[in-house]
Design a protein around this ligand. Sequence first.
Ligand code: NAP
Length: 321
Amino acid sequence: MKAIQFEKVGGPEVLKLVDIPKPDVKPGMVLIRNHAAGLNFADNFFIRGEYAIKPRLPDIPGMEGAGVIEEVGEGVEGLKPGMRVAAISQKTYAEYILASAKFVFPIPDNISFAQGAAFPIQTLTAWHMLYTCDKVRPGQTVVVHSAAGGVGIVAVQIAKAAGARVIGTVSRDDKAALVRQYGADEVINYESQDFSAEVMRITNKRGADLILDAVGKPTFEKGVKCLAPLGHLIIYGRGSGLPDPFNVARLMEKSTKISGFVLPVVYGTDLMRAGVEASFALMREGKLKMVVGKTYPLAQAAEALRFLASRASTGKLVLQA
Ligand SMILES: NC(=O)c1ccc[n+]([C@@H]2O[C@H](COP(=O)([O-])OP(=O)(O)OC[C@H]3O[C@@H](n4cnc5c(N)ncnc54)[C@H](OP(=O)(O)O)[C@@H]3O)[C@@H](O)[C@H]2O)c1
């Protein structure tokens, strides 16, 4: 099978297209003929050796994909060869992927493989922040940072579907129209404007009930400043660096809270299934669409990862295998 492999850690230039044997199916696992692999911001950290999971060289990047089940391992129930599925796994920049049955989700016929590959990580991350870490509800004001990005554009839609007032932030004016198109009530360019002051202005000095922040250093403290009384800031990434140390006593000023989120905490739990079912229901109702910003052939993985890091991409980037 064709796969994207790297033998040493580094930037996208370390990636090579190789021809290697396809994996053998194992008990409890499913072999998938992968047609699309979703790119994640963390893939660049992974190939540099800076992600929580370290590469075992030579390794293949990729955390999710979508395709057709080719074989199921011993003990797997409810999944059969021929089913169209999306999966969370490892080494998904490849024509075949092996995934634990617990992380394989049949996808509806009206969802393309590219949309299927766009679904698992970004949608579940957005859904769990809004419904597991918090309980988004009508009338709340939710700020979604980097709102035109993969997680961002999904979070905007799910928060809007819940009846919240959604404020998206972006670094470039040309991303604002997309964020509005997917439901944001207001969009702030946080490079050219002080988003914290803007949130206070837009909310008549009340502030935001919930802020989803994967930008980190430049947004964290300003976010705490524009929380409403009892507001909640969830930090789930560090696109622009780790936040500075913070004195938690400041949370008493407005009875606010800060929490963190990483998707693997729900892996294999009932919560994960709940998130998958609720997200598919939103898709069926037309309230949630996967926004595939750009697709690339598998061989152009390095170019795709450079584009993701460039800050110019919108929605989900997908490799077609
Ligand atoms: N905790 C979890 O389980 C989890 C799961 C998935 C993703 N994440 C995190 O969520 C964030 C979004 O992930 P994604 O895969 O959907 O990527 P993405 O949003 O498609 O791309 C990252 C976005 O981050 C923003 N950004 C801010 N500072 C940046 C910088 N210095 N360099 C590049 N981009 C910067 C950019 O939007 P603007 O230019 O508009 O600012 C960019 O579009 C990432 O930080 C990722 O690590 C966390």
